[in-house]
Write a protein that binds this ligand. Structure first.
Ligand code: PLP
Length: 456
């Protein structure tokens, strides 16, 4: 395997017996562990979360990452290997690892300004201005926070504050984060205004995805539901694209019913599909997006893969009631408007906008070709289908075991990818960086096809 771009590092010798090493060096870590007698490999699982659902060989840690590649170390042997990273930070690595322009922006920002509460930085103001425009809104307002779930929470709070209705309508198969709605836990500190709109359990209506039944379901929920939250393209379900007409009709209906429509672009936004927003593929004209959309949520790749930042971008024309909310009390957080995150995001936006969006369109073409290559290879296998849009690829294997085995074989071939929740854990997602070169695409394609053929 080539490791051209990542300078090899001397592997640290592994402890002789990982368990005994931990025992002598850090007895406190062993004492607190609910299960004694585990090896250090198991202990590593107690110490930090490394989600894998049994897909990867255990006991590897990340050492260094650049561009499309990541170096992993097997903890037991100290052996290191370089892999192509198509897990892509679950959609957070659109610019690959350690992009020089983003690192430079962060370095400069670090020199100037760390976190200052209350007063937004110039970068935050500039980023908000550009994001409002990129979302197609004539005027707007941005709330910057640190993660996807927080952005979703803020959007839901805004929906409730503006409509007075606690209910939320979401699509079947959608994923909007694992965060609880934490406001209810902070009751003593929450202003009365917010308490009134924070029910113990919000009514949630699940709409049949890409199905006409969704219209009746949304209408039936209208009395208690103020917000329609939707992923334009289902990410966790394995990049499923709905019919554009169906989505348009649903958004039109939500508008007639007085609901706020919020597009969750946390996973598929920021250029992943070949356009800045995935919804641009479905609701083409900017004027339509302006009149149907009240807000857009962004995160993951927003700050160029290196900084946790998320944004709630609101369409001010459709949310005039915002001025009546006590925003600081209702929507503020400690890390609102992170100057570092906003500086990184500005550099990331520059990359996406350079040469009329060449990075996005080139990646969509290159990954599209890779997808077609995989489609041809998959056609020889029973119940294996490939789909995607722009720089997204999902391979459906029909069952969880085959999908997991493919991930293992890809690992052996030096490619990291993962099984996602869609279609009962039978779908593998491939999320290469937009910066992938044609040579890298060819190499990745060859390895993935070998992994596919080995399982045929
Ligand atoms: C569409 C979508 N919304 C929200 C989230 C939650 O983001 P986070 O994991 O940063 O809380 C995710 C995460 O995968 C997501 O894909």
């Amino acid at each position: 395997m080539t490791s051209a771009r990542i300078a090899p590092r001397a592997a640290r010798p592994a402890p002789k017996s990982a368990h005994s090493a931990s025992k002598s060096a850090h007895p406190e870590l062993v004492e607190g562990c609910p299960s004694r007698g585990h090896s250090d490999l198991d202990l590593s699982r107690w110490l930090v979360l490394g989600e894998d659902r049994g897909q990867f060989p255990p006991g590897w840690q990340a050492v260094r990452a650049r561009g499309a590649r990541v170096r992993l170390r097997e903890m037991a042997s100290g052996r290191e290997r370089v892999f192509f990273d198509l897990i892509g930070g679950y959609g957070g690595n659109n610019f690959g690892h350690g992009h020089p322009a983003i690192r430079a922006a962060l370095r400069m920002a670090l020199e100037e300004l760390d976190h200052v509460a209350v007063f937004p930085s110039g970068q935050a103001q500039e980023l908000a201005r550009r994001l409002v425009k990129k979302c197609g809104f004539a005027s707007g307002r941005c709330y910057f926070t640190v993660g996807g779930s927080q952005a979703v929470e803020i959007a839901l709070r805004i929906g409730r504050l503006l409509t007075g209705k606690p209910g939320i309508a979401v699509m079947e198969g959608a994923f909007h984060g694992y965060g609880a709605e934490t406001v209810a836990l902070s009751r003593d500190y929450v202003p009365e205004e917010l308490m009134r709109v924070t029910p113990a359990a919000a009514p949630v209506t699940r709409l049949a995805w890409n199905d006409e039944r969704a219209f009746a379901q949304l209408s039936a929920a209208a009395q208690t539901t103020g917000t329609l939250l939707f992923e334009p393209i289902l990410g966790a379900a394995g990049f499923r694209v709905p019919d554009a007409r169906w989505l348009g009709q649903l958004l039109e209906l939500a508008r007639e019913l007085g609901m706020l429509s919020i597009a969750d672009e946390i996973q598929v936004g920021c250029g992943r599909t070949g356009k800045f927003l995935a919804i641009e593929h479905l609701v083409g004209p900017r004027s339509r997006r302006r009149s149907w959309l009240d807000g857009v949520l962004l995160s993951k790749s927003l700050a160029g893969s290196v900084y946790p930042l998320s944004a709630v971008v609101l369409n001010a024309d459709r949310t005039p009631g915002l001025s009546t909310i006590d925003e600081t009390a209702a929507l503020g957080e400690s890390f609102t408007n992170s100057p570092l995150g906003c500086a990184a995001a500005l550099a990331a936006l520059d990359l996406l906008e350079a040469d009329g969006g060449a990075l996005m369109s080139k990646a969509a073409r290159l990954v599209g070709a890779l997808r077609r290559q995989l489609e041809r290879a998959a056609a020889t296998r029973r119940s294996c289908t490939v789909r995607g849009l722009g720089a997204t690829i999902a391979v459906d294997f029909g069952d969880k075991r085959s999908a997991t085995q493919f991930v293992r074989r890809a690992f052996d071939q030096g490619v990291l990818c993962y099984v996602c929740g869609g279609h009962r854990w039978a779908t593998v997602k491939l999320i290469p960086p937009l910066t992938l070169t044609p040579q890298e695409a060819e190499e990745v394609g060859g390895r993935l096809i070998r992994a596919l053929e080995m399982g045929a």
